[in-house]
Write a protein that binds this ligand. Structure first.
Ligand code: MGD
Ligand code: MGD
Ligand code: SF4
Ligand code: MO
Length: 700
């Protein structure tokens, strides 16, 4: 209704995992203002720059508004507009033909960071179609934490910022820039103002280091060594929780014997953190009960992610910080539909054995296919051929390690359909591109299936433009064409009602409430034990032999051997202004961060003749990119901290928007992978730098 002015309550989404409650001012069908809702359960009024800018993405002139079919060579940037009927019909024909010739498993379903309920509708679509292959970024995002948790203590231990902690450890988590699944920094900042102490474990002096009592500036890629060093000190100095250890852990003596070798002196050589700081850090963590570890991506951007996450859970356990208020907890879901039921896991009983990753011996219970193995299936038909891809909410050309390999994969696939809101380097490689409706334009549920014990209402605020459809609707309609129609609905809203069914609420009633939270119950193990084979926290994994896993967390070396040709250590983090590779096309955000910046210590820059603002060539064994120098003492002189996710929406579509030029994943490799999760190394890579010479600044 034109002229109608109102404030609507919803939750932010798709600018990260989402979570902040928002008040949105709407005039007619246009959002004119967004502000944080002071009553927000996770944010208490907080809102970040991306949240404030989010309505602008809806009205960008270059937003995708119609289904498109490729009109030239793949990647040539030529498109013709087609109807939804034609687009869905063509995708259905192609997928059905592939299924006929190679089996359903030859069609993969790809997704990036979980954004909303459509993530689970995609898994449902794959399951009903009969393909075990959902390809996702979980190998480098949360699966190691979640699944290692399940094997070690029977649950995924999430940081509890809702209750007071005496100490919060930000272990590779830059939470004031990168709010993440279930964790918005405002709750933590409130605690800090009330006296909670902070410890930062990060090679970079992140902003919160100014408010921290301890900052351990470790060498990138050595988190497992540091955690083992902490365990050594805590055990040697008898600082652990004796009662918990005796009653509730399995294999403590094995751990005692095992960590003896990780003395602070030895660990210091590996991590560059002084023995005194290691001792002090360990003591503070052990003595600050309850203490919470907010663990970030670096623990899983490392081929040794299994050892790192195992060591950290052992640390939480022996210090008595598991499942206590203000520690790392087992969040209980409210009464909602179980995930397995929603995704119709029952229809694909052989998935565990049939999925691509099963042939690579990944850890049991890891149910998505790591991108590295997906690309091997396409390029080498290992373990079997994959010919088709449906991708949504993802930009694999930028977000998968070793982008060159992704490009080859897209060139080789027989058929690719991509749903997005904007033409990206990935959509540019598709045969059919579908225009998605997005946050504010559809009813959605946030945080379902993420293990934080609550779900958030994200009611629709305005109508989507022209022919944009919510992903849930797209898949509901595609589902009817590629699988038995009885599994699909007249209207995608039924998915929302399904999730809420057991709660007794309708979606409208849920929206009134705003969120649903599970019961707050701590130390449930006292009644039921831990859900592991031994009923205890398995410091030594009882199933290790059976599954071919190392029984105790180890330090088996750096993620990459030192190489004198690449004397510096390259790492990266996400930008506070963008989500991965997304939204560089939003002027309001781009003004804040116009270039891909590489942070270099002034001494190091001086050594290489590099000044602020120079174009720098960053080289690893795997590739070379260009970024703009920013000199700062917040990084270690031997560490280079580059930007990740850069492509240039303003550049030529025929170059797929210069996706090679500054793209961090041109510098990574999918060759050497962690066995348990197929994880590549993204954060500690040998590199060298030099100032770009004349003519080199722009070349790719
Ligand atoms: N080197 C390196 N690589 C990394 C990481 C890193 O730190 N370093 N981080 C890793 C992590 S943690 C993750 S989670 C992955 C993320 O990987 P991706 O999820 O692939 O990352 P994005 O670049 O955000 O791609 C999301 C795409 O979804 C589109 N989109 C936004 N809203 C909607 C919508 O409503 N519907 C549809 N259909 N599309 C939408 C955006 O326009 C964008 O193109 O990357 C991983 N890769
Ligand atoms: N603004 C914004 N917010 C986001 C995202 C985004 O792209 N942009 N992405 C979302 C997603 S999908 C995720 S998974 C989360 C991730 O958010 P985070 O877990 O915070 O991940 P990163 O930003 O990759 O890295 C965090 C910190 O790790 C440090 N670091 C680098 N190498 C190492 C190392 O080897 N060891 C240690 N201990 N620290 C290291 C970096 O300096 C950085 O400060 O954020 C979510 N929120
Ligand atoms: S922190 Fe995340 S959920 Fe909150 S406003 Fe920013 S992007 Fe939205
Ligand atoms: Mo992520």
């Amino acid at each position: 209704m034109a002229g109608d002015i109102r404030w609507v309550r919803t939750h932010c989404a798709r600018m990260d995992h989402g979570g902040c409650a928002l008040l949105v001012r709407v005039e007619g069908n246009r959002i004119v203002k967004v502000k944080g809702d002071p009553e927000g359960f996770l944010n208490k009024g907080y809102v970040c720059m991306k949240g404030l800018a989010s309505p602008e993405k809806l009205i960008h002139p270059n937003r995708l508004r119609h289904p498109l079919r490729r009109a030239g060579e793949r990647g040539a940037g030529k498109w013709e507009r087609i109807s939804w009927e034609e687009a869905l019909g063509e995708i259905a024909d192609k997928f059905s033909a592939i299924k006929e010739e190679y089996g359903a498993r030859a069609v993969a379903f790809g997704v990036g960071m979980p954004k909303g309920l459509e993530h689970f509708v995609l898994i449902r679509l794959a399951n009903i179609f009969g393909s075990p292959n959902v390809v996702a970024s979980q190998d480098v995002c949360h699966a190691p934490r979640e699944i290692t948790g399940v094997h070690t203590c029977g649950f995924y231990p999430v940081a509890d910022f809702h209750h007071k902690s005496n100490l919060a450890v930000l272990w590779g988590s830059n939470i004031t820039s990168t709010n993440e699944e279930g964790e918005i920094c405002s709750l933590l900042l409130h605690q800090v103002s009330e006296g909670t102490k902070l410890m930062i474990i990060d090679p970079r002096r992140i902003p919160l280091a100014d408010r921290a009592e301890h900052w351990l500036q470790l060498r990138p890629g050595t988190d497992h060594a540091l955690a083992l060093g902490f365990l050594n000190v805590i055990i040697e100095e008898s600082l652990y929780d004796r009662e918990f250890v005796e009653k509730w852990t399995y294999g403590f003596q094995d751990l005692v014997d095992h960590v003896k070798e990780y003395t602070p002196e030895k660990v210091s050589e590996i991590t560059w953190v002084s023995p005194d700081s290691i001792r002090q850090g360990a003591r503070v963590y052990a003595k600050s009960k309850p203490a919470v570890i907010q663990w970030g991506n670096p623990i899983e951007h490392n081929i040794h992610t299994f050892d790192i996450t195992r060591a950290l859970i052992c640390l939480m356990a022996i210090c008595g910080n598991l499942d206590v208020p203000g520690g790392n907890v087992h969040a209980k879901d409210p009464k909602i539909m179980k995930l397995g039921q929603f995704v119709r896991a029952d229809l694909i009983p052989e998935k565990r054995k049939e999925m691509i990753s099963a042939y690579h011996g990944v850890i049991p219970r890891f149910m998505t296919v790591p991108p590295a193995y997906f690309r091997r299936a396409v390029l080498e038909e290992d373990p079997y051929p994959v010919k088709g891809l449906y991708a949504m909410c993802a930009n694999p050309m930028m977000s998968y390690a070793e982008s060159g390999l992704t490009y080859e994969t897209f060139k080789k696939l027989e058929f690719v359909a991509v749903a997005d809101i904007f033409m990206t380097p990935t959509a540019a490689m598709a045969d059919i591109v579908l225009p998605a409706a997005t946050q504010f334009e559809m009813d959605d549920i946030g945080h379902y299936g993420l293990g934080h014990g609550y779900i958030l209402a994200r009611p629709k605020v305005i109508d989507p433009p022209e022919e944009c459809w919510p992903d849930m609707k797209i898949m509901n309609e595609l589902g009817k064409r590629i699988s038995p129609p009885e599994y699909w609905y007249d209207d995608y809203h039924r998915f929302l009602e399904d999730v809420l069914g057991p709660s007794g609420l309708t979606y409208a009633q849920f929206v009134e409430k705003g969120y649903l939270k599970g019961p707050e119950r701590f130390r449930l193990y006292e009644e039921k034990g831990f859900r592991t084979p031994t009923g205890k926290v398995e410091l030594r994994l009882s199933s290790a032999e059976k599954y071919g896993l190392p029984p105790l967390p180890c330090f088996e070396g750096l993620p990459e051997d030192d190489n004198p040709k690449y004397p510096l250590v390259l790492t990266s983090s996400k930008s506070r202004y963008y989500l991965h590779s997304s939204y560089r096309w939003l002027d309001r955000l781009r003004e804040k961060r116009p270039d891909a910046k590489v942070e270099i210590h002034p001494d190091t820059a001086g050594q290489y003749g590099i000044a602020e603002g120079d174009t720098v060539l960053i080289e690893t064994r795997f590739g070379e990119i260009r970024q703009v120098a920013h000199l700062t003492a917040s990084v270690h002189p031997k560490v280079i901290h580059a930007s990740y996710g850069w492509w240039f929406p303003e550049e030529d579509p025929r170059s797929q928007y210069e996706w090679r030029k500054s793209n961090f994943n041109m510098l990574t490799s999918a060759g050497n992978l962690g066995k348990e999760f197929g994880t590549p190394n993204l954060k500690a890579i040998g590199c060298r730098i030099r100032k770009a010479g004349p003519g080199e600044e722009k070349a790719c």
